[in-house]
Design a protein around this ligand. Structure first.
Ligand code: URP
Ligand code: ZN
Ligand code: ZN
Length: 481
């Protein structure tokens, strides 16, 4: 009997820290050997290719129900296909609570939808209503069930939490052991500016950016961190779009606060000018925070290199451009306040960050692996099962051609959403094959996997979410909810 089920032969294995020329032996879905001249009945030739850990995308909205009715268009099946096409093998998606309702009302249905996934997956639980039952019963139950991250919005009607509600969620997370992820924009400031813009007749998509300038992100980032520091609760700041917000994070990190931060591909290759394209086309680029400009893009690369921003996720969400359920839900001349937010990016994430990062000399290839796989796996309690190429880790791998030039089209994204905001973008570096737990699930762009073959990734306690113990006056207010 062959020692391995599959051997990847002749590639250059890249982890977050190392580069090695060796074969990878896979047995029972896991990495069993890293050595020269391994033998197996089946081999995959990786000559001239990089062998990377499968991408871990810790921020994507799949089949997520909306309070006003409807749900994100990307299902767990189409989302898995897009993920595999782009070299991602695990994703953390969002189970949403509706204000005034228990979490379980939406969670059970969401779990059923997710069971069709082909990639491995977990959930963040969105908390929109910090009621006593949610804080004292439902959050502990979620954590016991392996959902170790909570998501809160500091903006968006009807999702946002005020400071007191946010403090209650932070305290519950501290008591029971979970990471809190935060969407940082100032709700009242955006509302105030949006109303003024509409009153002035400024309704076109480009005014989305005007409604939420960088200062509303910087203020909310500062406040999110300050309140987390008050509670001594680890947090991750979602989708940082500008160096001004990143500076707030860097300052807190320097004084020892457990705050981490992600950014997304859209903040490196899209800009506010895209929202000013003719007619309704600007709607394709509306997401929050808004894409900024070249100066901010350069500033974000600096914060990536400094380590302020240590995860790049897709924030894949979005709505088709054509039809009447997506971007045009409120009509083709809807004011910017009625156009759904979000852009798709599951399949584009790795190619864009490799191309803009490694191919253009902003980061090295190990740093790329850390951003798209190792760091997200560590931060969300999936490491070393995910995010690494090590003995015993799941054989989630991408064979990557670092020189292949590709022009991004929506067809290549293999997603349900009918457009990509990256249409026509030229990238250098492309996935040639994707393996999920040793199964070849994508080869030369062809995705093949069984719906339901993905596994739910239950997450236990881990070190990064442990509080620091530094509390103002040493008093732990979180114990007196
Ligand atoms: O505009 C965005 N980012 N839409 C997705 C929801 C969110 O805020 O993460
Ligand atoms: Zn958000
Ligand atoms: Zn999001």
């Amino acid at each position: 009997m062959a020692e391995f089920d599959l051997v990847i032969r002749g590639g250059t294995v890249v982890t977050g820290t190392d580069i090695m020329r060796c074969d990878v032996g896979i047995r029972a879905g896991r990495i069993a050997a890293l050595a020269d001249h391994l033998d197996a009945a089946e081999t995959l030739d990786a000559d001239g290719l990089l062998v990377l850990p499968g991408g871990v995308d810790t921020h994507c909205h799949l089949a997520q129900p909306w309070p006003e009715g409807g749900r994100d268009e990307e299902s767990f099946i189409s989302g898995s296909i897009a993920s595999f096409a782009g070299g991602t093998t695990s994703a953390i998606c969002f189970s949403s609570q509706f204000k005034g309702h228990p979490i379980r009302d939406t969670l059970t249905d969401y779990q059923a939808r997710a069971s069709s996934a082909m990639m491995d997956y977990s959930f963040h639980q969105i908390i929109t209503d910090a009621s006593d039952a949610v804080i004292h019963e439902e959050i502990p139950a979620l954590i016991a069930a392996g959902i170790r991250s909570l998501k809160v919005f500091l903006t968006y009607d009807p999702l946002y939490l005020d400071d007191r509600q946010y403090l209650r969620v932070l305290s519950a997370a501290r008591r029971h052991g979970a990471l809190v992820t935060v969407h940082c924009e100032n709700y009242e400031a955006i509302k105030w500016r949006s109303e003024a813009l509409l009153a002035a007749g400024h309704t076109a998509p480009k005014y989305h950016a005007w409604s939420r300038p960088k200062i509303v992100e910087r203020e909310a980032t500062h406040r999110a961190i300050a309140l987390a520091e008050l509670v001594d609760q680890p947090i991750q700041i979602f989708h940082v779009s500008c160096p001004e917000a990143a500076e707030e994070i860097a300052r807190a990190q320097a004084r020892g606060v457990k705050v981490w931060a992600e950014t997304c591909p859209q903040y490196f290759v899209l800009s506010a000018a895209d929202m000013d394209r003719p007619g309704f086309e600007g709607a394709k680029f509306i997401c929050s925070p808004s894409p900024r400009g070249p100066e901010e893009q350069a500033g974000l690369w600096q914060h990536i290199r400094r380590g302020t921003l240590d995860v790049v996720s897709s924030d894949h969400s979005g709505s088709s451009y054509e039809g009447n359920v997506g971007k045009r839900r409120a009509g083709s001349d809807a004011p910017f306040t009625k156009i759904p937010n979000g852009v798709p990016g599951l399949a584009a994430r790795l190619p864009i960050i490799f191309s803009e990062g490694v191919s253009k000399g902003n980061i090295d290839v190990n740093h790329f692996v850390r951003l798209i796989a190792t760091n997200p796996a560590k931060l969300f309690g999936l490491y070393p099962r995910k995010g690494s190429i090590a003995i015993g880790s799941d054989a989630d791998l991408v064979l990557w051609d670092p020189t292949k030039k590709t022009t991004i089209t929506n067809a290549l994204m293999q997603q349900a959403i009918d457009y990509t905001p990256y249409e026509g973008l030229e990238v250098t570096g492309w996935p040639v094959a994707t393996l999920s737990r040793g199964r070849v699930v994508m080869r030369d762009g062809k995705v093949q996997a069984e719906p339901g073959s993905g596994q739910f990734l239950a997450r236990g306690a881990y070190d990064m979410i442990r509080p620091t113990g530094n509390l103002p006056d040493g008093f732990d207010a979180s114990q007196y909810p």
